[in-house]
Design a protein around this ligand. Structure first.
Ligand SMILES: [Zn+2]
Length: 291
């Protein structure tokens, strides 16, 4: 099939250690090589049965501001930046062993995961991928927040994002489009950090969440811009939103070929789009088989 490529994994195991934003718990994430056809699978190394949780949309649980996956009585939390790193670099098969439920927040971006995976080395396997190709426009959301998949512009995945905090606000409106190749991902998306408004951060702390998180571990925007921090890109916020879309699209479990346009969408809507695209692909393959 056109646009297929060889599946990839990593050459050796490599680890990233840190602390969860929400839980504050110390955690170690070990990326391990996996055979073709395995996909990305989390393994809770800290639990006696070492339950395995596939990184697929079918295992998604509803959560605020982040993505949680659950299977076999266990969960993994804040998986989106880990998945973005793997998907962005074109790593199809990987076992991700973790020592706690929540992934490390690191600096709020995916750069630590990308650096570790690059250090491990990315290697081809003998089998081909089965990309999910968008054949007609599909939209999820409402008039104010939506995400749409369109047929591809080039050979792979491209993502366009429209961020809108309102004209004249500290974040304002930002627009960005990128063709998601491993190179473009490393250069333009991997280091873009999570951001919150100071008021949102204060509200989370009041709920007992993230009290240990410092302004160096993500971007906290006050009225004048980031507090005790500097932007890595002038439009870092919209780049981070694209990074999040990449991590959510990874839950398709196969490479995606299409053009994605998102307007103020978040993890829930992004995941809904993946579900819809997979349902359409299933229907089409059923029709082909019965034709
Ligand atoms: Zn994010």
């Amino acid at each position: 099939m056109a646009r297929s490529r060889l599946q990839h994994t990593i050459a050796r195991s490599v680890a990233v250690a840190g602390r969860g934003y929400w839980s504050g718990a110390d955690v170690r994430v070990e990326f391990r090589p996996a055979d073709a056809g395995t996909g990305v699978v989390f393994v809770r190394d800290d639990l006696s049965a070492a339950p395995r949780i596939p990184a697929l949309i079918a295992y998604r649980q509803t959560a605020m501001r982040r993505t949680i996956l659950g299977a076999a009585g266990a969960t993994v939390d804040m998986v989106e930046h880990v998945l973005a790193a793997l998907f962005g670099l074109g790593i199809d098969n990987c076992e991700v062993g973790v020592t706690a439920a929540e992934m490390p927040g690191c600096d709020g971006s995916a750069i630590d995961f990308v650096d570790a995976l690059d250090e491990a080395g990315i290697v081809p396997l003998a089998e081909q991928t089965e990309p999910l190709v968008v054949t007609r426009p599909v939209r999820c959301g409402d008039a104010t927040k939506w995400i749409e998949a369109r047929p591809p512009i080039g050979d792979g995945l491209s993502i366009e994002y429209r961020l809108d905090y309102g004209a004249g606000t500290v974040i304002g409106t930002q627009w960005h489009v990128v063709e998601v190749t491993p190179k473009a991902f490393r250069l333009g998306l991997a280091a873009a950090r999570t951001f919150v408004l100071k008021a949102e951060a204060d509200a989370l702390v009041a709920q007992g969440l993230g009290a240990h998180v410092s302004p160096q571990e993500l971007l906290i925007f006050g009225d004048q811009g980031p507090i005790d921090n500097e932007l890595r890109y002038e439009n870092e916020c919209v780049r981070h939103k694209i990074l999040d879309v990449v991590g959510d699209l990874a839950l398709a479990g196969r490479p995606l070929v299409g053009h994605i346009v998102a307007c103020r969408s978040g993890h829930r809507l992004n995941g809904d789009l993946v579900e819809t695209l997979l349902a359409i692909a299933d229907e089409q393959s059923f029709q082909r088989k019965s034709a």
